[in-house]
Design a protein around this ligand. Sequence first.
Ligand code: BTN
Length: 245
Amino acid sequence: MFYDRVESTNDLAKAMALEGAENGTVIIAEEQTSGRGRMGRKWLSPPSSNLLFSLLLRPDLYTEKVFTLTMLLALSTVEAVETQTEVNTMIKWPNDIYVQDRKLAGILTEFSVTGNRLNHVVLGIGINVNWNPEEATGSHMLYPATSLMREAGHTVSREFLLINILSAYETHYMDVSKNGPARVQELWNKKSMLTGRNVSVEISNNEVINGTAIGIDEKGALLVSDIKGQTHTILNGDVHIKNVT
Ligand code: BTN
């Protein structure tokens, strides 16, 4: 479903889920007045420039598998960008897409559970497409941003990008349902910008884990080996890449 202006496509998708919207519903907006990012942050995007959408899923899965669905969206986006442009993107765990050290896209996954099973899942993604990030520098910019137009040197069709992402998502989703997450995990790890890098991961309660990122496991958790050789399995957090001096 297509909207000119909504508060947040994730909020609308969640409301529609409660009213019985079906598995696979896609909510797209030209503009969001209260776009949200991870960790309570805002997601700002000028009208009619970028791709902002949410995918509603009703998978028959244990709650712990939810990150696999996010992994699929990050991977599908990377592949769709590569189908359509020459731009080389990488995934920054848990679910950001980068071109070198600039953020191109982010994913916000929200879900409801019944018992230990998923009820509905909303995967919201914002991709900077035909936008000039230089125009948007301000206090809200937590990190350097980029867009496909900036990287490719020309405008990029948002319609085709959406179609390419959804079609890759469907292919991977069916593969995971049939064969498990090993293949997606492998493809994701190949596109991970963290593997082998020194990282500092902020997890809950101000706890920080420092070490070398090894990759992600089949549930989408980040594996970090610390200085003592102990491996930490991290399900949620904010990663900073440390420069080697
Ligand atoms: C992040 O990087 O923190 C995640 C950003 C997610 C933004 C998208 S835009 C479409 C959907 N609706 C929202 O309110 N947020 C997500």
